[in-house]
Design a protein. Structure first.
Lengths: 288, 361
């Protein structure tokens, strides 16, 4: 037993070293740095002044507000659309693997590349989106250059990019449902809607809980899509700044790593809290 | 109205899309209230037939009649059938009560919730699963899940209950218990039941009648005991019976059945049992192991290789023409392995088959 213990630790050692070095140490280091000020080569202890700074910085609050709005709007919509599309492909479409591959493409493509394409699609004057909107005589806003539209633009983009992963995972979950469940339901004449709500959805709960966690965390860490859509800026006049964007900006551009790390710690706590809350919620739903 | 032919299958054929002919011209009928077993080895087409009865598969040709009316074009939900799957297919996210109520809460049979619960509880009482009404199927034992599945199949008060190998997921001891329970239950409810199984013992013990399939063809449609005592053909004789029947390759020459080291006069057989006059040629002489008796001067002499004890009887194993044979004797028999024994064949209980499998004696 004792010998096994030693062996077990020995086998775990490589992972432990890597996790400590690249995950635990940076977290601790970030926390320590959030209590320091100055440039990276001459850091001094300053207590909680960095926190005081960010809490009084309107740009920080805007970033947090944008991030939360983005997460709260884009994640549920993306999940709903993903479920609809996955169910559609699963129950109605013949060449499933073809569509699955097609839907998975955005996931393997770089967000920067997609962002550049979307810059054209979103372009206010000659973009495809506005072209279509004009056909239907709908208002065609300036998606990229209008500060009031920047958040909407990144939400639409975020929904689109997260579909790929969600659909593929959901398809896997749908395939795992025992087909006899549906056969039985058919035998008793259950309608498509009844089958979906009584069998499919409850069976998807664990998968949805997983996707919700992953999507929320990813949404709080949004950065690349903002960078790609607004050509390296956070929208006109920083209107689409997000938490990570703020952190990056304070760290690299402004050169105040302490402030950046204070924001990192706040973001970390928000994500931790939301994930915890959402796990509790899913447990309650799953337990019903 | 037609109680004798409550379920009637006429010249049923099923060819799958890949060209495989699973069912070749099958006809049979089931009496109202009977429990009929569809028996056969894996891949013989018994589940295909069940699925066609349920409406899950469409027959290539032929007709299926329930109570005198053709149901081939009827949707499964309108056939008034209950179906129990091999793996039960209980909904894991619903409680036992919700599972049982499910058929009453969907489709056109949807009724008020409290009424549905009343019916569900009535049947749950019958199958004695009321105690776990609020548990999930995952926390129940195999036998309990089985009962939930049957209860769910019964709540719509179907006319016909179809069960696809419902006992195969249970352990041996439980299987014995549950099969008796199932028989008692369907008899109590009085529902006509078709029960698919590959286990002959199960079929013999539970069925009012057994239909034995092989290669998509009915081999025998009969009462249980007749499969053992009067098999239709070589396949039935070999499929039914444990330990399996002993087969001896023989040739009919000059009025004698000649084996590799024995010869039996055809005149010694029970003449009334011959189904026709035999031409000279090759035949298989088959006899149940209990009809081989160790005697002083018998038909053939063999060396016992092994003795196996099975409760109140013993199986003597010996080799003949490079084939393993068995002889069933009383526990008191003192014969041991390595003994040389003379065996007498009870010819009035033997069978003779042509090389094509047709029974001629």
């Amino acid at each position: 037993m004792k010998q096994n213990q030693t062996k077990a630790w020995l086998f775990l050692l490589p992972t432990l070293i890597l996790v400590t070095l690249f995950s635990i140490y940076p977290i601790l280091r970030a926390f320590l740095m959030s209590l320091q000020s100055g440039s990276l080569i001459s850091l001094q202890w300053t207590g909680f002044s960095n926190y005081q700074y960010i809490f009084h910085d309107p740009e920080f609050w805007l970033s947090i507000k944008n991030t939360i709005l983005y997460a709260l709007i884009s994640v549920p919509i993306a999940l709903a659309i993903s479920i609809m599309l996955a169910w559609l492909i699963f129950s109605k479409v013949k060449h499933q693997s073809f569509f699955e591959t097609t839907f998975f493409m955005p996931y393997v493509t770089s967000t920067i590349a997609i962002g550049i394409v979307f810059r054209y699609i979103f372009n206010g004057d000659y973009g495809m989106l506005n072209f279509i909107l004009r056909i239907f005589h709908l208002p065609a806003p300036n998606w990229i250059d209008d500060p009031s539209m920047s958040l909407a633009t990144i939400i639409i983009f975020g929904i689109w990019t997260s579909l790929a992963f969600n659909i593929v995972i959901l398809m896997g979950a749908l395939r795992n449902i025992d087909p006899n469940y549906y056969t039985i339901a058919d035998m008793y004449g259950a309608s498509g809607t009844q089958k979906f709500w009584r069998i499919t959805m409850p069976q998807l709960v664990p998968t949805l809980a997983f996707l919700l966690t992953m999507n929320i965390i990813a949404a709080f860490k949004i950065y690349t899509s903002v960078y790609a859509l607004f050509n390296g800026q956070a929208g006109v006049g920083n209107s689409a700044s997000t938490a990570v964007f703020y952190i990056y900006n304070k760290f690299q551009i402004v050169g105040t790593p302490g402030v950046a790390m204070a924001a990192t710690v706040v973001l970390f706590l928000i994500i931790l809290f939301v994930t915890f809350l959402q796990r509790k919620m899913m447990k309650k739903i799953g337990g019903q | 109205m037609s109680n004798e032919k409550f379920v009637e299958v006429k010249n049923l054929r099923k060819v799958y899309d890949n060209g495989y002919e699973a069912i070749k011209d099958v006809s049979f009928s089931v009496k109202k209230g009977d429990l009929v077993c569809l028996l056969g080895p894996s891949g013989c087409g018994k589940t295909t037939i069940l699925n066609m009865l349920a409406g899950l598969l469409f027959p290539t040709s032929g007709d299926i009649l329930f109570d005198g009316k053709s149901v081939v074009k009827t949707e499964p939900k309108d056939r008034q059938i209950g179906y129990v799957f091999q793996n039960y297919a209980l909904y894991p996210h619903m409680t036992v009560l919700q599972n049982v109520m499910f058929p009453l809460t969907v489709g056109k049979n949807k009724i008020a919730k409290d009424e549905a619960e009343k019916i569900a509880r009535k049947y749950m009482e019958l199958t004695q699963i009321t105690d776990f009404a609020n548990q999930r199927p995952g926390s129940l034992s195999g036998g309990q899940q089985q009962r939930v599945a049957i209860t769910r199949a019964l709540v719509q008060e179907p006319k016909i209950l179809l069960m696809d190998e419902p006992l195969s997921n249970l352990d041996a001891r439980l299987r014995l218990k549950i099969r008796e329970e199932i028989r008692a239950l369907v008899k109590k409810v009085g529902i006509t039941t078709l029960f698919v199984t590959h286990d002959q013992e199960e079929a013999l013990s539970i069925g009012d009648k057994i239909i034995l399939f092989n290669d998509g063809v009915i081999q025998q449609d009969d009462m249980g005991q007749n499969f053992y005592l009067e098999p239709n053909n070589y396949f039935v004789a070999n499929f039914v019976g444990n330990p399996v029947i002993d087969n001896f390759e023989v040739e009919l020459k000059d009025g004698k059945l000649v084996g590799s080291d024995f010869a039996i006069d055809l005149a010694d057989f029970d003449q009334d049992r011959f189904k026709k006059n035999l031409d000279e040629g090759k035949y298989t002489l088959s006899i149940r192991p209990e009809n081989l008796k160790p005697v002083e001067h018998g038909h053939l002499s063999v060396k016992i290789e092994d003795v196996e004890l099975i409760g109140r009887e013993r199986i003597l194993k010996f080799e003949h023409d490079n084939m393993q044979h068995r002889c069933l004797v009383d526990l008191e028999q003192p014969i041991k392995a390595e003994d040389q024994v003379e065996l007498q064949l009870r010819l009035d209980r033997a069978f003779i088959f042509t090389p094509e499998g047709e029974r001629v004696y």
